[in-house]
Write a protein that binds this ligand. Structure first.
Ligand code: NAD
Length: 491
């Protein structure tokens, strides 16, 4: 089917969403969306320029300073957010399918993270907005002080392609709850799905300019970061880009949240139940085809059970159902883009050239001659100093390492520039919790790894700055203001 035959609004996003309207781009660059599992073009979107970003930021500024949004109560914002959630829920199935076509995410996972989660997050932060005290009065030495929690201002939200819907909503929902306005710049690899937020926001009656969406590449993204009318940058992506954005924000004294890369470890303790370990690998490691920031690709196995762990991992990989991600039986889809496939293959070549032992995989899955597929791969005898153990592969590639003692396992797990995810497998949960306490990481699971949208999420070390999710994330979109008044205000 050609692009034109299939053209529908959701596959033709050649306009930007600015100030509540669909606006023609100021440049002429187009991006073709290519389906990850067929390599066929199926949609088209415009790429924004610095001028488009400027228009979006000015709209967001006006909506905050002049529009009704800046004067809304938390309860009023929460009501719009609930309507926004309902409008997204009505589109959930179509959105999940769209993202799966864009980036190859298995459809069952897409239903959860692109279908259900964004609406759930809006409802959660609507409730948090209703329960938050945005202003309080306390006694002071000279009288009283009104302590206000005001919106941080115009938020520049920049997102990657791996979980485009939920990662964007992890920024939009707390920003709306706080009373901020937003310019969202999604990644070109997932060019189409983010505009579903615009359709739903219009239906929900979100005032013009509160949420603006402009698809663009890095250059226009950098222009958004440094725009003088932006107050805060909320970024999810690679550590390399985060470093550049952080440096820019540092120079501008601009608030920022950085959610960056990872190279997390799964520690199999000597008493671990192998069935539990295997049953939880989908969530801990190869979720979204290994294209997950918290992917636990470093597997630390006790020397006493090393062969058992490597054999189990090889069996796990051989039993994965690799193929069309739109089919519910598929457990491993393709890589999101050709560029990314080449990057993952590059790491497999690095592994083959190192002293590591290739146990399974390492090539292209048999019978799949179209789509950006890579075989699930296990390297054993990896040294923690090897590139394969230190750098984020972002694909279905395990690096298995032996350790001698629990202390040794903790040391290896912590010997990383990153600190984002992790897991500990053990028959003794108390022992697992003790080990978890000693790992320098933002999140870690004992006998499973599953993101909790109600708890803070983010990274230590080079995995980021700040936290998203949970009620705690609201603070990242607020500024405190203290107003000194007379004791009469104490009431
Ligand atoms: P990326 O850094 O290449 O791009 C992310 C986004 O930033 C894109 O929209 C891109 O256009 C934009 N961008 C890149 N450089 C920029 C710059 N200098 N200024 C402004 N914008 C810029 O990352 P990616 O390849 O899209 O995503 C994969 C990475 O994201 C992995 O490293 C992964 O670990 C990380 N990630 C982290 C989390 C987390 O919560 N910590 C979650 C998902 C993904």
């Amino acid at each position: 089917m050609t692009l034109i035959e299939e053209s529908r609004t959701e596959l033709d996003r050649t306009r930007f969403f600015i100030d509540g309207e669909w606006v023609a781009p100021q440049g002429s660059e187009l991006h073709t969306a290519i389906e990850a599992h067929t390599e066929e073009a199926f949609g088209v979107a415009s790429l924004g320029t610095e001028a488009d970003m400027d228009a979006a930021v000015r709209a967001a500024r006006r909506a905050l300073d002049e529009g009704p949004w800046g004067r809304t109560t938390a309860a009023e914002r929460a009501d719009v957010m609930d309507r926004f959630a309902a409008a997204l829920s009505a589109r959930a199935d179509a959105t999940s399918t769209l993202v799966t076509r864009e980036n190859g995410m298995p459809i069952t996972l897409s239903n959860a993270f692109n279908g259900a989660a964004p609406a759930g997050l809006l409802q959660m932060y609507a409730q948090i907005a209703r329960q938050t005290e945005f202003e309080s009065v306390r006694p002071s030495m000279s009288g009283a002080t009104i302590v206000r929690r005001e919106p941080v201002g115009v938020v520049a939200a920049i997102t990657p392609w791996n979980y485009p819907q939920v990662l964007a909503m992890m920024k939009i929902a707390p920003a709306l709850a706080a009373g901020c306005t937003i310019v969202l710049k999604p990644s070109p690899e997932t060019a189409l799905d983010t505009y579903v937020f615009a359709d739903a926001a219009q239906e929900a009656g979100l005032p013009p300019g509160v949420l603006n969406i402009v698809l663009a590449g890095r250059e226009a993204g950098a222009a958004l970061v440094r725009h003088p009318l932006v107050d805060k940058v909320a970024f999810t992506g690679s550590t390399a880009a985060g470093r550049a954005i952080g440096a820019e924000c540092g120079g501008l004294i601009r608030r920022m949240t950085l959610e960056l890369g990872g190279k997390s470890a799964a520690i199999v303790l000597d008493d671990a139940d192998m069935d539990t370990f295997l049953a939880n690998l989908d969530g801990a490691s190869f979720m979204n085809n290994g294209q997950t920031c918290t992917t636990q690709s470093r597997i630390l196995a006790p020397r006493s059970r090393y062969a058992e762990v490597t054999d189990a991992l090889a069996d796990y990989c051989r039993n994965l159902v690799v193929g069309n991600p739109l089919e519910e039986s598929t457990t491993l889809g393709p890589m999101a883009s050709e560029t990314h496939l080449k990057r993952v293959q590059g790491y497999i070549d690095i592994g083959k050239a190192s002293g590591a032992r290739l146990i399974t995989g390492g090539g292209r899955p048999a019978g799949l001659d179209r789509g950006w597929f890579v075989e699930p791969t296990v390297f054993a005898d990896v040294d923690n100093d090897d590139q394969l153990a230190r750098e984020e592969v972002f694909g279905p590639v395990y690096a298995v390492m032996p350790y001698d003692s629990e202390e040794d396992a903790i040391r290896i797990a912590n010997d990383s520039e990153y600190g984002l995810g992790g897991s500990v497998f053990t028959a003794d949960e108390g022992r697992g919790i003790e080990v978890a306490r000693r790992i320098r990481t933002g999140t870690i699971g004992v006998n499973y790894y599953q993101l909790d949208l109600g708890a803070p999420f983010g990274g230590m070390k080079n995995s980021g700055v700040g936290r998203e999710l949970g009620p705690e994330a609201l603070n990242a979109y607020l500024e405190y203001k203290s107003v000194f008044v007379s004791a009469d205000q104490l009431g």
